[in-house]
Design a protein around this ligand. Structure first.
Ligand SMILES: [Zn+2]
Ligand SMILES: [Zn+2]
Length: 448
Protein backbone atom coordinates (compact mmCIF):
# COMPACT_ATOMS: atom_id res chain seq x y z
CA UNK A 1 0.00 0.00 0.00
CA UNK A 2 2.73 2.42 0.99
CA UNK A 3 5.05 1.93 -1.97
CA UNK A 4 2.57 2.60 -4.74
CA UNK A 5 1.02 5.77 -3.29
CA UNK A 6 4.56 7.16 -3.08
CA UNK A 7 5.04 6.46 -6.75
CA UNK A 8 1.76 8.17 -7.50
CA UNK A 9 2.86 11.03 -5.28
CA UNK A 10 5.99 11.63 -7.31
CA UNK A 11 3.89 11.90 -10.43
CA UNK A 12 1.54 14.25 -8.63
CA UNK A 13 4.46 16.50 -7.78
CA UNK A 14 5.18 16.74 -11.53
CA UNK A 15 1.51 17.22 -12.17
CA UNK A 16 1.40 20.10 -9.73
CA UNK A 17 3.95 21.92 -11.87
CA UNK A 18 1.32 21.91 -14.59
CA UNK A 19 -1.25 23.33 -12.26
CA UNK A 20 -4.00 25.38 -13.80
CA UNK A 21 -3.73 28.48 -11.67
CA UNK A 22 -2.47 31.44 -13.64
CA UNK A 23 0.62 31.79 -11.49
CA UNK A 24 1.54 28.17 -11.89
CA UNK A 25 1.07 28.38 -15.63
CA UNK A 26 3.32 31.40 -15.80
CA UNK A 27 5.89 29.64 -13.70
CA UNK A 28 5.56 26.59 -15.84
CA UNK A 29 6.21 28.58 -18.98
CA UNK A 30 9.31 30.00 -17.37
CA UNK A 31 10.46 26.49 -16.51
CA UNK A 32 9.95 25.33 -20.05
CA UNK A 33 11.85 28.29 -21.35
CA UNK A 34 14.79 27.42 -19.14
CA UNK A 35 15.11 23.97 -20.60
CA UNK A 36 17.35 22.98 -23.49
CA UNK A 37 16.43 23.46 -27.15
CA UNK A 38 15.90 19.74 -27.76
CA UNK A 39 13.29 19.44 -25.10
CA UNK A 40 11.69 22.67 -26.16
CA UNK A 41 11.47 21.42 -29.73
CA UNK A 42 9.86 18.21 -28.57
CA UNK A 43 7.28 20.15 -26.59
CA UNK A 44 6.53 22.36 -29.58
CA UNK A 45 6.04 19.27 -31.68
CA UNK A 46 3.69 17.88 -29.09
CA UNK A 47 1.70 21.10 -29.10
CA UNK A 48 1.48 20.89 -32.88
CA UNK A 49 0.14 17.37 -32.60
CA UNK A 50 -2.47 18.51 -30.12
CA UNK A 51 -3.56 21.22 -32.54
CA UNK A 52 -3.84 18.75 -35.37
CA UNK A 53 -5.80 16.44 -33.19
CA UNK A 54 -8.17 19.18 -32.05
CA UNK A 55 -8.78 20.22 -35.61
CA UNK A 56 -9.71 16.74 -36.71
CA UNK A 57 -13.38 16.07 -36.28
CA UNK A 58 -13.42 12.64 -34.76
CA UNK A 59 -15.08 11.54 -31.55
CA UNK A 60 -11.59 10.96 -30.12
CA UNK A 61 -10.51 14.48 -30.75
CA UNK A 62 -13.67 15.80 -29.17
CA UNK A 63 -12.96 13.83 -26.07
CA UNK A 64 -9.34 14.93 -25.92
CA UNK A 65 -9.99 18.53 -26.84
CA UNK A 66 -12.10 19.10 -23.77
CA UNK A 67 -9.30 18.23 -21.42
CA UNK A 68 -8.23 21.36 -19.67
CA UNK A 69 -8.06 20.47 -16.02
CA UNK A 70 -4.93 19.09 -14.39
CA UNK A 71 -6.43 15.63 -14.20
CA UNK A 72 -7.05 15.80 -17.92
CA UNK A 73 -3.54 16.97 -18.72
CA UNK A 74 -2.35 13.41 -18.24
CA UNK A 75 -4.84 12.17 -20.80
CA UNK A 76 -3.75 14.88 -23.19
CA UNK A 77 -0.20 13.63 -22.88
CA UNK A 78 -1.38 10.12 -23.48
CA UNK A 79 -3.11 11.27 -26.63
CA UNK A 80 0.05 12.99 -27.81
CA UNK A 81 1.98 9.79 -27.26
CA UNK A 82 -0.48 8.01 -29.50
CA UNK A 83 0.06 10.60 -32.21
CA UNK A 84 3.79 10.12 -31.95
CA UNK A 85 3.32 6.37 -32.17
CA UNK A 86 1.47 6.81 -35.42
CA UNK A 87 4.09 9.09 -36.94
CA UNK A 88 6.92 6.68 -36.11
CA UNK A 89 5.35 3.23 -36.30
CA UNK A 90 8.62 1.35 -36.76
CA UNK A 91 10.20 2.72 -33.66
CA UNK A 92 7.18 2.83 -31.42
CA UNK A 93 5.09 -0.16 -32.39
CA UNK A 94 4.25 -2.15 -29.30
CA UNK A 95 4.85 -5.85 -29.07
CA UNK A 96 1.92 -8.19 -28.42
CA UNK A 97 3.28 -8.76 -24.92
CA UNK A 98 3.38 -4.99 -24.24
CA UNK A 99 -0.17 -4.58 -25.53
CA UNK A 100 -1.36 -7.41 -23.34
CA UNK A 101 0.40 -5.87 -20.36
CA UNK A 102 -1.29 -2.49 -21.02
CA UNK A 103 -4.71 -4.10 -21.27
CA UNK A 104 -4.30 -5.69 -17.85
CA UNK A 105 -6.00 -3.89 -14.99
CA UNK A 106 -3.51 -1.85 -12.96
CA UNK A 107 -5.12 -3.24 -9.86
CA UNK A 108 -7.95 -5.79 -9.77
CA UNK A 109 -11.48 -4.77 -8.85
CA UNK A 110 -12.57 -5.72 -5.36
CA UNK A 111 -15.67 -7.88 -5.68
CA UNK A 112 -18.67 -7.85 -3.37
CA UNK A 113 -18.29 -4.37 -1.89
CA UNK A 114 -21.41 -2.38 -1.01
CA UNK A 115 -19.42 0.82 -1.60
CA UNK A 116 -19.15 1.40 -5.35
CA UNK A 117 -15.95 3.40 -5.80
CA UNK A 118 -14.54 4.45 -9.17
CA UNK A 119 -13.33 7.39 -11.25
CA UNK A 120 -14.32 9.72 -14.08
CA UNK A 121 -12.76 7.89 -17.02
CA UNK A 122 -12.09 8.70 -20.66
CA UNK A 123 -14.32 7.76 -23.61
CA UNK A 124 -11.53 8.24 -26.16
CA UNK A 125 -12.03 6.00 -29.22
CA UNK A 126 -15.62 5.19 -28.26
CA UNK A 127 -17.96 5.32 -25.30
CA UNK A 128 -17.51 1.58 -24.70
CA UNK A 129 -13.91 2.23 -23.70
CA UNK A 130 -15.14 3.91 -20.52
CA UNK A 131 -16.00 0.43 -19.21
CA UNK A 132 -12.52 -0.85 -20.05
CA UNK A 133 -10.87 2.24 -18.56
CA UNK A 134 -12.88 1.86 -15.37
CA UNK A 135 -11.93 -1.81 -15.01
CA UNK A 136 -8.33 -0.77 -15.67
CA UNK A 137 -8.28 1.33 -12.48
CA UNK A 138 -10.19 -1.27 -10.46
CA UNK A 139 -13.42 0.76 -10.31
CA UNK A 140 -16.78 -0.69 -9.30
CA UNK A 141 -18.48 2.47 -10.60
CA UNK A 142 -17.49 5.18 -13.07
CA UNK A 143 -18.29 8.56 -14.54
CA UNK A 144 -17.81 9.68 -18.15
CA UNK A 145 -18.70 12.43 -20.57
CA UNK A 146 -21.26 11.43 -23.16
CA UNK A 147 -19.85 13.88 -25.71
CA UNK A 148 -17.63 16.93 -25.66
CA UNK A 149 -18.66 19.04 -22.71
CA UNK A 150 -17.23 22.20 -24.25
CA UNK A 151 -18.86 22.03 -27.68
CA UNK A 152 -22.49 22.54 -28.61
CA UNK A 153 -22.34 20.55 -31.83
CA UNK A 154 -21.52 16.87 -31.47
CA UNK A 155 -21.81 13.81 -33.67
CA UNK A 156 -24.78 11.56 -32.98
CA UNK A 157 -24.22 8.68 -30.63
CA UNK A 158 -22.60 5.73 -32.40
CA UNK A 159 -25.08 2.88 -31.97
CA UNK A 160 -22.50 0.17 -32.53
CA UNK A 161 -20.38 1.69 -29.74
CA UNK A 162 -23.48 1.94 -27.54
CA UNK A 163 -24.20 -1.74 -28.07
CA UNK A 164 -20.63 -2.58 -27.09
CA UNK A 165 -20.98 -0.34 -24.01
CA UNK A 166 -23.98 -2.34 -22.84
CA UNK A 167 -22.22 -5.63 -23.61
CA UNK A 168 -19.07 -4.60 -21.75
CA UNK A 169 -21.11 -3.48 -18.72
CA UNK A 170 -22.84 -6.84 -18.67
CA UNK A 171 -19.59 -8.74 -19.10
CA UNK A 172 -17.94 -6.80 -16.26
CA UNK A 173 -21.05 -7.04 -14.08
CA UNK A 174 -21.32 -3.25 -13.87
CA UNK A 175 -24.86 -2.06 -13.29
CA UNK A 176 -25.18 0.95 -15.60
CA UNK A 177 -28.58 1.82 -14.16
CA UNK A 178 -27.09 2.34 -10.71
CA UNK A 179 -23.32 2.72 -10.79
CA UNK A 180 -22.52 4.75 -13.90
CA UNK A 181 -22.78 8.53 -13.57
CA UNK A 182 -22.24 10.56 -16.75
CA UNK A 183 -21.34 14.22 -16.35
CA UNK A 184 -23.17 16.85 -18.39
CA UNK A 185 -21.82 19.67 -20.51
CA UNK A 186 -20.31 22.72 -18.81
CA UNK A 187 -21.82 24.99 -21.45
CA UNK A 188 -25.39 24.12 -20.56
CA UNK A 189 -27.26 26.66 -18.41
CA UNK A 190 -30.90 25.72 -18.11
CA UNK A 191 -31.49 28.78 -15.91
CA UNK A 192 -30.79 31.14 -18.79
CA UNK A 193 -33.78 33.43 -19.43
CA UNK A 194 -32.83 34.10 -23.07
CA UNK A 195 -35.14 31.95 -25.22
CA UNK A 196 -32.51 30.99 -27.80
CA UNK A 197 -29.89 30.15 -25.22
CA UNK A 198 -32.38 28.22 -23.15
CA UNK A 199 -33.34 26.19 -26.21
CA UNK A 200 -29.69 25.50 -26.98
CA UNK A 201 -29.13 24.35 -23.38
CA UNK A 202 -32.25 22.21 -23.38
CA UNK A 203 -31.34 20.55 -26.67
CA UNK A 204 -27.96 19.62 -25.20
CA UNK A 205 -29.61 18.38 -21.98
CA UNK A 206 -32.24 16.21 -23.66
CA UNK A 207 -29.65 14.86 -26.11
CA UNK A 208 -27.51 13.74 -23.16
CA UNK A 209 -30.48 12.17 -21.38
CA UNK A 210 -31.42 10.25 -24.53
CA UNK A 211 -27.83 9.08 -24.88
CA UNK A 212 -28.07 7.76 -21.30
CA UNK A 213 -31.15 5.77 -22.14
CA UNK A 214 -29.57 4.32 -25.29
CA UNK A 215 -26.60 3.26 -23.15
CA UNK A 216 -28.83 1.86 -20.39
CA UNK A 217 -27.50 4.45 -17.90
CA UNK A 218 -29.85 5.38 -15.04
CA UNK A 219 -28.22 8.54 -13.61
CA UNK A 220 -27.15 11.82 -15.21
CA UNK A 221 -25.11 14.35 -13.23
CA UNK A 222 -25.00 18.03 -14.22
CA UNK A 223 -24.32 21.49 -12.89
CA UNK A 224 -27.49 23.47 -12.18
CA UNK A 225 -26.13 26.61 -13.91
CA UNK A 226 -25.90 30.31 -13.21
CA UNK A 227 -28.53 32.93 -12.39
CA UNK A 228 -26.66 35.35 -14.71
CA UNK A 229 -27.84 38.02 -12.34
CA UNK A 230 -31.55 37.29 -12.50
CA UNK A 231 -33.68 36.55 -9.40
CA UNK A 232 -32.67 33.24 -7.83
CA UNK A 233 -36.24 31.96 -7.71
CA UNK A 234 -36.76 32.67 -11.43
CA UNK A 235 -33.55 30.79 -12.21
CA UNK A 236 -34.66 27.79 -10.12
CA UNK A 237 -38.03 27.79 -11.90
CA UNK A 238 -36.34 27.81 -15.32
CA UNK A 239 -34.23 24.81 -14.34
CA UNK A 240 -37.17 22.86 -12.89
CA UNK A 241 -39.27 23.58 -15.98
CA UNK A 242 -36.55 22.07 -18.17
CA UNK A 243 -36.30 19.00 -15.91
CA UNK A 244 -40.06 18.44 -16.00
CA UNK A 245 -40.11 18.71 -19.77
CA UNK A 246 -37.12 16.36 -20.12
CA UNK A 247 -38.73 13.79 -17.82
CA UNK A 248 -41.70 13.65 -20.20
CA UNK A 249 -39.41 13.09 -23.18
CA UNK A 250 -37.46 10.26 -21.56
CA UNK A 251 -38.47 7.18 -19.63
CA UNK A 252 -36.14 6.24 -16.79
CA UNK A 253 -32.96 8.31 -16.47
CA UNK A 254 -32.69 10.28 -13.22
CA UNK A 255 -31.47 13.89 -13.43
CA UNK A 256 -28.86 14.37 -10.70
CA UNK A 257 -28.01 17.94 -9.67
CA UNK A 258 -24.48 18.60 -8.43
CA UNK A 259 -23.75 20.91 -5.50
CA UNK A 260 -21.33 23.70 -6.36
CA UNK A 261 -18.42 25.51 -4.71
CA UNK A 262 -20.13 28.85 -4.16
CA UNK A 263 -18.56 31.31 -6.56
CA UNK A 264 -20.36 34.16 -8.29
CA UNK A 265 -23.91 33.58 -9.50
CA UNK A 266 -23.52 29.82 -9.62
CA UNK A 267 -26.64 27.93 -8.54
CA UNK A 268 -26.39 24.90 -6.27
CA UNK A 269 -23.78 26.04 -3.78
CA UNK A 270 -26.33 25.90 -0.98
CA UNK A 271 -28.52 22.95 -0.08
CA UNK A 272 -31.44 25.42 -0.26
CA UNK A 273 -30.81 25.95 -4.01
CA UNK A 274 -30.95 22.20 -4.62
CA UNK A 275 -34.08 21.81 -2.49
CA UNK A 276 -35.64 24.76 -4.30
CA UNK A 277 -35.24 23.06 -7.67
CA UNK A 278 -36.39 19.65 -6.41
CA UNK A 279 -39.50 21.17 -4.84
CA UNK A 280 -40.59 22.31 -8.33
CA UNK A 281 -39.96 18.95 -10.03
CA UNK A 282 -43.12 16.97 -10.70
CA UNK A 283 -41.67 13.45 -10.83
CA UNK A 284 -39.50 13.44 -7.73
CA UNK A 285 -38.53 9.81 -8.26
CA UNK A 286 -36.40 11.02 -11.19
CA UNK A 287 -34.44 13.82 -9.56
CA UNK A 288 -31.47 13.49 -7.22
CA UNK A 289 -28.30 15.14 -5.95
CA UNK A 290 -24.63 14.33 -6.43
CA UNK A 291 -22.69 15.69 -3.48
CA UNK A 292 -19.17 16.78 -4.42
CA UNK A 293 -17.07 16.78 -1.25
CA UNK A 294 -14.65 19.42 -2.57
CA UNK A 295 -17.48 21.73 -3.64
CA UNK A 296 -19.35 21.27 -0.34
CA UNK A 297 -16.21 22.06 1.67
CA UNK A 298 -15.43 25.10 -0.49
CA UNK A 299 -19.01 26.31 -0.12
CA UNK A 300 -18.76 26.17 3.69
CA UNK A 301 -20.11 22.70 4.58
CA UNK A 302 -17.50 21.13 6.82
CA UNK A 303 -16.73 17.42 6.54
CA UNK A 304 -13.36 17.17 8.28
CA UNK A 305 -14.39 15.36 11.46
CA UNK A 306 -17.03 12.78 12.31
CA UNK A 307 -18.98 15.49 14.12
CA UNK A 308 -18.74 18.00 11.25
CA UNK A 309 -19.60 15.33 8.67
CA UNK A 310 -22.68 14.19 10.59
CA UNK A 311 -23.79 17.80 11.04
CA UNK A 312 -23.48 18.48 7.30
CA UNK A 313 -25.33 15.27 6.43
CA UNK A 314 -28.05 16.20 8.91
CA UNK A 315 -28.34 19.62 7.27
CA UNK A 316 -28.59 17.93 3.89
CA UNK A 317 -31.31 15.62 5.21
CA UNK A 318 -33.24 18.49 6.79
CA UNK A 319 -33.05 20.79 3.76
CA UNK A 320 -32.91 18.44 0.74
CA UNK A 321 -33.62 14.94 2.06
CA UNK A 322 -31.15 12.03 2.10
CA UNK A 323 -33.43 10.04 -0.19
CA UNK A 324 -32.33 12.39 -2.98
CA UNK A 325 -28.63 11.69 -2.41
CA UNK A 326 -27.88 9.64 -5.52
CA UNK A 327 -24.09 9.87 -5.85
CA UNK A 328 -20.92 11.43 -4.48
CA UNK A 329 -17.92 13.02 -6.13
CA UNK A 330 -15.08 12.23 -3.77
CA UNK A 331 -12.43 14.91 -4.12
CA UNK A 332 -10.10 16.54 -1.64
CA UNK A 333 -9.78 20.32 -1.87
CA UNK A 334 -6.77 22.41 -2.89
CA UNK A 335 -8.26 25.46 -1.24
CA UNK A 336 -9.17 26.10 2.41
CA UNK A 337 -12.58 25.70 4.03
CA UNK A 338 -15.17 28.13 2.69
CA UNK A 339 -12.83 29.50 -0.01
CA UNK A 340 -15.62 29.23 -2.62
CA UNK A 341 -13.11 27.95 -5.16
CA UNK A 342 -13.45 24.73 -7.10
CA UNK A 343 -10.03 23.10 -7.13
CA UNK A 344 -9.89 19.35 -6.67
CA UNK A 345 -7.01 17.68 -4.88
CA UNK A 346 -5.95 14.06 -4.48
CA UNK A 347 -7.40 12.16 -1.56
CA UNK A 348 -5.68 13.02 1.71
CA UNK A 349 -3.38 15.70 0.27
CA UNK A 350 -5.75 18.64 0.50
CA UNK A 351 -7.52 20.63 3.18
CA UNK A 352 -10.04 17.84 3.81
CA UNK A 353 -7.47 15.14 4.57
CA UNK A 354 -8.07 11.39 4.61
CA UNK A 355 -10.51 11.28 7.55
CA UNK A 356 -13.66 12.53 5.72
CA UNK A 357 -13.17 9.90 3.04
CA UNK A 358 -12.79 7.17 5.66
CA UNK A 359 -16.08 8.39 7.12
CA UNK A 360 -17.75 8.46 3.68
CA UNK A 361 -16.81 4.89 2.76
CA UNK A 362 -18.06 3.69 6.16
CA UNK A 363 -21.40 5.51 5.88
CA UNK A 364 -23.92 2.78 5.08
CA UNK A 365 -26.34 5.38 3.75
CA UNK A 366 -24.04 5.79 0.76
CA UNK A 367 -23.91 2.10 -0.16
CA UNK A 368 -24.84 1.17 -3.72
CA UNK A 369 -24.34 4.74 -4.97
CA UNK A 370 -21.52 5.71 -7.34
CA UNK A 371 -18.65 7.29 -5.38
CA UNK A 372 -16.60 8.95 -8.10
CA UNK A 373 -13.05 10.29 -7.99
CA UNK A 374 -12.47 13.48 -9.98
CA UNK A 375 -9.00 13.98 -8.58
CA UNK A 376 -5.94 15.19 -10.52
CA UNK A 377 -4.07 12.38 -12.21
CA UNK A 378 -0.94 12.21 -14.29
CA UNK A 379 -1.64 8.61 -15.20
CA UNK A 380 -4.33 6.09 -14.40
CA UNK A 381 -2.22 4.54 -11.66
CA UNK A 382 -3.20 7.50 -9.43
CA UNK A 383 -6.87 6.56 -9.60
CA UNK A 384 -6.14 2.84 -9.24
CA UNK A 385 -4.25 3.64 -6.03
CA UNK A 386 -6.97 5.99 -4.78
CA UNK A 387 -9.72 3.44 -5.39
CA UNK A 388 -7.73 0.90 -3.40
CA UNK A 389 -6.91 3.44 -0.68
CA UNK A 390 -10.60 4.23 -0.20
CA UNK A 391 -11.52 0.55 -0.19
CA UNK A 392 -8.78 -0.04 2.38
CA UNK A 393 -10.52 2.52 4.62
CA UNK A 394 -13.71 0.45 4.72
CA UNK A 395 -14.12 -0.99 8.21
CA UNK A 396 -11.31 1.14 9.67
CA UNK A 397 -11.78 3.38 12.66
CA UNK A 398 -10.17 6.80 12.67
CA UNK A 399 -8.03 5.78 15.64
CA UNK A 400 -6.21 2.79 14.16
CA UNK A 401 -2.48 3.37 13.94
CA UNK A 402 -2.12 2.26 10.31
CA UNK A 403 -4.93 4.61 9.29
CA UNK A 404 -3.43 7.53 11.20
CA UNK A 405 -0.02 6.82 9.73
CA UNK A 406 -1.43 6.73 6.19
CA UNK A 407 -3.36 9.97 6.81
CA UNK A 408 -0.16 11.65 8.06
CA UNK A 409 1.86 10.39 5.09
CA UNK A 410 -0.67 11.81 2.60
CA UNK A 411 -1.04 15.04 4.54
CA UNK A 412 2.73 15.54 4.54
CA UNK A 413 2.79 15.03 0.81
CA UNK A 414 0.28 17.85 0.36
CA UNK A 415 1.82 20.18 2.94
CA UNK A 416 3.72 22.44 0.56
CA UNK A 417 0.75 22.94 -1.71
CA UNK A 418 -1.58 23.67 1.21
CA UNK A 419 0.88 26.24 2.54
CA UNK A 420 0.91 27.98 -0.85
CA UNK A 421 -2.90 27.93 -1.02
CA UNK A 422 -3.18 29.36 2.50
CA UNK A 423 -0.76 32.17 1.65
CA UNK A 424 -2.70 32.89 -1.54
CA UNK A 425 -5.99 32.95 0.34
CA UNK A 426 -4.63 35.30 2.99
CA UNK A 427 -3.20 37.63 0.34
CA UNK A 428 -6.52 37.64 -1.48
CA UNK A 429 -8.47 38.33 1.71
CA UNK A 430 -6.16 41.25 2.42
CA UNK A 431 -6.92 42.74 -0.98
CA UNK A 432 -10.58 43.10 -0.05
CA UNK A 433 -13.89 41.70 -1.11
CA UNK A 434 -14.01 43.34 -4.54
CA UNK A 435 -10.86 41.60 -5.67
CA UNK A 436 -12.03 38.39 -4.00
CA UNK A 437 -15.21 38.31 -6.02
CA UNK A 438 -13.52 38.76 -9.37
CA UNK A 439 -10.93 36.11 -8.59
CA UNK A 440 -13.43 33.49 -7.48
CA UNK A 441 -15.55 33.84 -10.59
CA UNK A 442 -12.52 32.98 -12.69
CA UNK A 443 -12.90 29.42 -11.45
CA UNK A 444 -16.00 28.91 -13.59
CA UNK A 445 -13.86 27.08 -16.12
CA UNK A 446 -12.60 24.52 -13.62
CA UNK A 447 -14.05 21.25 -14.79
CA UNK A 448 -15.84 18.69 -12.66
ZN1 LIG B 1 -19.28 18.50 -11.86
ZN1 LIG C 1 -17.83 17.09 -9.09
Amino acid sequence: MSKEPEKAGEKLEKQRLRNHTASAQTQNRAERGAKGPTEQGRKQKKQKNVKAEVESNTQDSLEEKVKESPQKAGKKRKSIDVEEDESRPRRKRKTAAEKEQEAMPLLPRTPGLAMKIGAHVSIAKGVQNAVINSVHVGGNAFALFLKSHRKWENPQINLADAKLFREYCQREELDARKHVLPHGSYLMNLANADADKQKQAYDCFIDDLKRCEILGIGLYNWHPGSTLGQEKQTALENIARAINRAHKETTFVKTVLENMAGHGNIIGSSFEDLAGIISLVTDKSRVGVCLDTCHAFAAGYDLRTEEAYQKTMQQFDDIVGLKYLSALHINDSKTPFGAKRDLHQNIGLGFLGLEPFRIVVNDDRLADRPLILETPQSDQRVWADEVKLLEWCIGKSGREEDFLSKARELSDRGLEERAKATAFQEKKAAKGSKKRRSSSTSDDSQPL
